[in-house]
Design a protein around this ligand. Sequence first.
Ligand code: CTP
Ligand code: CA
Length: 225
Amino acid sequence: LARGVTEPDLKGRHVVVSAGGTREPLDPVRFLGNRSSGKQGYALARTAAARGARVTLLAANTALPDPAGVDVVPVGTAVQLREAVLKAAADADAVVMAAAVADFRPAAYAEGKIKKKDGHDPDPIVLVRNPDILAEISADRARPGQVVVGFAAETDDVLANGREKLRRKGCDLLVVNEVGERRTFGSEENEAVVLGTDGSETPVPHGPKEALAETVWDLVVQRLK
Ligand code: CTP
Ligand code: CA
């Protein structure tokens, strides 16, 4: 397929993309968060819209302009993101979980700002597990044939870890990034391998996040047929 000429191969489809990173509040002014900028998710939303899809973008704490023609739903925490994903996925042809979801949240939320106490050590922060949204929507598809895509940032044995994660999550495709210094977070570029449950491995060379997004949609379109 010639690039630069956009084929409306997602016309008539509804796709849901999550982007950014969840924030888990400790008190009214503090949270546990992560460094996801949301740029990869926004690139997925823009490219899907350009290919004709109706796009719902679930934006977790991003500071990026709303892509034109995309329905943007802001969310804060993992629990809020789960609610928004379940709602939007009900009639979706594909769901792409590009958001970095906090694995844990503080067990307690302090209604008032946590204060220092002279002569006292700080209280430890107790964490509880967040729901695994990707595993849940993969196990319980809202529609038959719905394509579910996950993202994973891995170190060490990246492909073996990715294969294991694809199996564990139950999604159809897993985009695996190798993380390291100066890679991925906040960057305009990305490099990845997309693993499929059919055993496929699609390498995406270092390049703009749009290029990775186009490859993801190519693989989704193949599976929607
Ligand atoms: N994910 C999710 N819900 C969670 C955690 C992760 O939906 N509570 C999704 C992410 O959006 C991503 C994928 O799962 O698409 C993989 O995230 P990752 O953090 O790599 O997976 P984990 O199972 O949390 O594994 P790890 O222990 O390596 O963090
Ligand atoms: Ca995780």
